[in-house]
Design a protein around this ligand. Structure first.
Ligand code: ADP
Length: 493
């Protein structure tokens, strides 16, 4: 079957539980195109019973998946990567219709996803542990990494295709089985398409399960995850607001959490930087997927004597970005995901302008198509400059600095610590500053979005816990100590 209807008409989708497409004929909810509200799919509106069945299937599949030799898992991952490549055009169309993704953003995600699958295919061969020295003569101590069990993942709507892979592939590569609950905004591109691909690749039944749900039913499904002893880890990608709710519950249930949350992602453009290069990096970093990615750049700090040149260059490049229907391959800026997102950015741009900010470009919208927007001279009290709450849309604030130390301090004054970028003509200076950034990722001479499948992505502070790449072994395994003693023990009583 394919969840992507050939004639681009609406399709009806089901859950994927224990290797079967279930719940056809049950309650559904409408998944709509954010551009024009046309119907993309009627998706299964799951609840407690579906989540319980999915967790039971994942728990039953766990022993065999955990014990599968690395070469067998490797074959499955490599096959899935080939299927991702082969289905690129379909996936691009799906992401445009369901999530408003431009071809550029969809292709970026597809390349990263296939690369991550190929990377993960080798992780089964990473060392399984260590042999440690013991103070007891004749005792051997070994430490072995073991998978946790079932990992329950909340996958987001924004970088839906890639971030869903990131959510379940990392735990699966280290021997865990998974249940995914995609965002109600994008159940197809944040989970169901993956189920199709894994089914096609021949993954064993129950190793990967997807339960979709209507708006408002997330908490019911989360209840099942928190209540189930089989679920050993909750992997959430989304806002810190929801992460706090889930984190409190994880605390009560004593479950491990991996959190990939928001960011404010400053860019520092130093006085000796190549301005043309900085303009390109910032345009990409700030406006990819119309600013709806956790790693988009939100604020640029530029040396005052290069400010006007930079702003003029950026304005010209940004105004040339085509805004419209993302099924047009030339469109870079598609629609925002929903009316709430449009209202948020609109309110923040107006608030800043009312307080005296200069609107360099943008600030208007047609429906959910919001023009890429640049503000300068934004007063500190404007909502969009505080970084307490990222504006999830195509809004970039630019601030001139006289003293780089003040800019570095200000760039780190937000609660977030995901990604940062430094554009400089002096790599040594860039590295010195990078050392001082409190962020999970710092790029010198690359955009804040410069992701690669093999490199660890993750945040500090309110941006979350956990890392992608093979570093995820820390998040998705636990360490088992085994000792064997040769001699009789010596005991004090
Ligand atoms: P938004 O999509 O509104 O920006 P987030 O990014 O925080 O919100 O993440 C939304 C994800 O969290 C979705 O998958 C949604 O279903 C889920 N979610 C929202 N509220 C809750 C809750 N109280 N309990 C469990 N999951 C929730």
């Amino acid at each position: 079957m394919s969840i992507i209807a050939p004639a681009e008409t609406a399709t009806e989708t089901s859950h994927f539980i224990d290797g079967c497409w279930t719940a056809r004929g049950g309650p559904t909810f409408a998944v709509r195109n954010p551009l024009d509200d046309s119907l993309v799919a009627e998706a299964a509106a799951g609840g407690r019973a579906d989540a319980e069945a999915a967790v039971a299937a994942a728990a039953a599949a766990f022993p065999a998946w955990a014990a599968m030799p690395p070469g067998e898992r490797q074959r499955l991952f490599l096959k899935a990567a080939d299927i991702v490549d082969a289905r690129e055009d379909e996936i691009v169309r799906l992401m445009a219709r369901e999530g408003g993704s431009s071809r550029a953003f969809a292709a970026f995600q597809i390349r990263l996803s296939a690369a991550m699958l190929r990377q993960a295919a080798g992780w089964g061969y990473l060392p399984a542990g260590d042999v440690l020295r013991s103070d007891v003569a004749g005792r051997t101590a070994t430490v072995t990494r073991k998978p946790l069990g079932v990992v329950a993942g909340f996958t987001p709507w924004n970088g839906a295709f890639y971030l869903a892979w990131r959510t379940f592939l990392l735990p699966m590569a280290f021997g865990n089985t998974t249940v995914i609950k995609p965002s109600e905004e994008a159940p197809l591109s944040a989970g169901l398409i993956h189920a199709e691909i894994l089914e096609q690749a021949g993954f064993p039944a129950g190793s990967f399960n997807v339960v979709t749900h209507a708006p408002g039913a997330a908490a019911e499904i989360a209840d099942v995850f928190f209540a189930s002893p089989a679920v050993r880890c909750i992997d959430f990608t989304g806002s810190d607001r929801t992460a706090r709710i889930l984190g409190e519950r994880a605390g009560r249930a004593l479950k491990r959490m991996v959190l990939e949350l928001g960011g404010f992602n400053p860019v520092l453009v130093l006085d000796e930087a190549d301005i043309e290069e900085a303009v390109k990096a910032v345009t990409f970093g700030a406006f990819l997927h119309q600013g709806q990615v956790c790693m988009n750049s939100r604020k640029v700090y530029i040396a005052r004597d290069r400010h006007d040149e930079f702003v003029a260059g950026l304005r010209a490049r940004v105004e040339a970005l085509k805004v419209g229907d993302p099924t047009d391959p030339e469109v870079i800026i598609g629609p925002l995901i929903n009316d709430r997102a449009v209202a948020q950015i609109d309110e923040r741009v107006r608030d800043a302008v009312d307080r005296g900010a200069t609107l360099v470009t943008g600030g208007t919208h047609e429906g959910r198509l919001y023009r890429p927007t640049i503000l300068t001279h934004v007063p500190p009290e404007a909502i969009c400059t505080t970084g307490c709450d990222e504006t999830f849309g195509p809004l970039l604030v630019i601030e001139a600095f006289d003293d780089v130390e003040t800019a570095i301090a200000d760039a780190q004054s937000t609660p977030y610590g995901l990604s940062a970028a430094i554009m400089t003509g002096d790599r040594g200076r860039g590295l010195d500053i990078a050392e001082r950034f409190d962020a999970g990722i710092v790029h010198v001479n690359a955009p804040t979005m410069a992701s690669e499948a093999a490199l660890p992505v993750g945040g500090v502070k309110d941006s979350g816990w956990g890392r992608s790449g093979h570093y995820a072994i820390e998040d998705f395994t636990e360490v088992r100590l085994t000792t064997v003693s040769r001699d009789p023990g010596r005991y004090p009583f």
